[in-house]
Design a protein around this ligand. Structure first.
Ligand code: GDP
Length: 301
């Protein structure tokens, strides 16, 4: 089976093996014609759609239009072209950012459309939420097998480690590295009080591949470990693993959503023995990768 992996060089895409992993330069998903000719030239049976414009809370707050436009367009173009070329199966990766910021916990799929996403990332949140509509409508009208997977915050090697635009784990690893190097304080955004669930990138990749072969239901599949981690505790864990013994300071602004605990009961019933990479282990691997690649200039910044 020929599987096109979009975002093949990104955080999740790089963990998935496939002959068909064009870079964004080779296949610009914002351009419908480019996808059309790619599918005309390559016999693609299925797609794992990992490509997305992603960023941390600051980047999302500053550029809601770009996040909305790029994520909506990429997915709409891809699904429409896949329809034309009769692609048999598509797995789309969404995000727990799609949920309303005022919702009952745990976040369940029934609540997806019940209110606005958090104001800090509504551009991204609404665009990703619309992927569920996109999949549902094409399934209903054209009988396409499009499934949606909703992972919590993903991290790992090859992430965007930019301290301004990256997510919390790569951002904090980079900041801690700098604080060690420059003997300064280690600055955390916000109060440190929010909680997040984290998924290691290869787990996200494994589960996307599992979904390609095994999951065919219209209902979005939430994927998250049981554990919620407090941001201050996460920062301490990173400092400890990196050997930082200086001050950890909180700048009080930019907390984003307070919690996003998600309902993983369906995932657990389908894959009861799946063992997620633990946060300790995932951080160790990510920090080692960062340190190894920083001096070589291989870090995406
Ligand atoms: P979010 O889940 O979409 O809010 O994504 P983020 O990964 O950007 O942020 C998660 C939480 O970590 C938020 O509460 C941030 O305020 C907090 N945080 C603390 N320090 C940092 C940092 O250096 N970078 C980022 N991105 N978030 C940070």
């Amino acid at each position: 089976m020929n599987t096109l992996v979009t975002g093949g060089s990104g955080l999740v895409g790089c963990t998935i093996e496939s002959e068909f992993k064009p870079t964004s330069k080779e296949l610009n998903l914002l351009n419908y014609e480019a996808i059309h000719s790619y599918l005309a030239d390559n016999k693609i049976d299925s797609i794992i759609h990992c490509a997305a414009k992603v960023g941390g809370v600051k980047e999302n707050k500053e550029n809601p239009a770009d996040f909305f436009y790029e994520n909506s367009m990429m997915t709409m173009n891809l699904i429409e072209a896949a329809r034309v070329f009769e692609v048999k199966k598509i797995v789309c990766l969404l995000s727990t950012c799609i949920f309303p910021h005022e919702a009952d916990y745990p976040l369940t799929v029934e609540q997806i459309h019940n209110g606005e996403p958090h104001p800090s990332n509504y551009g991204y949140g609404f665009a990703k939420r619309m992927t569920e509509i996109n999949a549902r409508a094409y399934r209903e009208q054209y009988g396409m097998n499009i499934v949606t997977v909703v992972p919590c915050n993903i991290y790992g090697p090859n992430d965007n480690f930019n301290m301004n635009s990256g997510h919390v784990i790569p951002g904090l690893i980079h900041k801690c590295y700098k604080a060690l190097e420059e003997k300064t304080d280690f600055e955390i955004w916000g109060t440190g009080k929010p909680y997040r669930e984290f998924l290691y990138s290869s787990d996200a990749g494994n589960i996307a591949q599992w979904a390609l072969e095994n999951y065919n239901e219209p209902e979005p599949l939430i994927v998250s470990p049981d554990e919620e981690i407090n941001i201050a505790v996460l920062a301490q864990q990173i400092a400890w693993q990196m050997g930082f013994k200086g001050n950890i300071v909180f700048n009080q602004e930019l907390d984003g959503m307070f919690r996003k605990p998600s309902d993983n009961s369906k995932f657990k019933s389908l894959l009861p023995n799946y063992e997620f990479v633990t946060i300790e282990n995932g951080l160790t691997r990510t920090i080692a990768w960062f340190i190894d690649n920083y001096d070589k200039g291989n870090i995406r910044l």
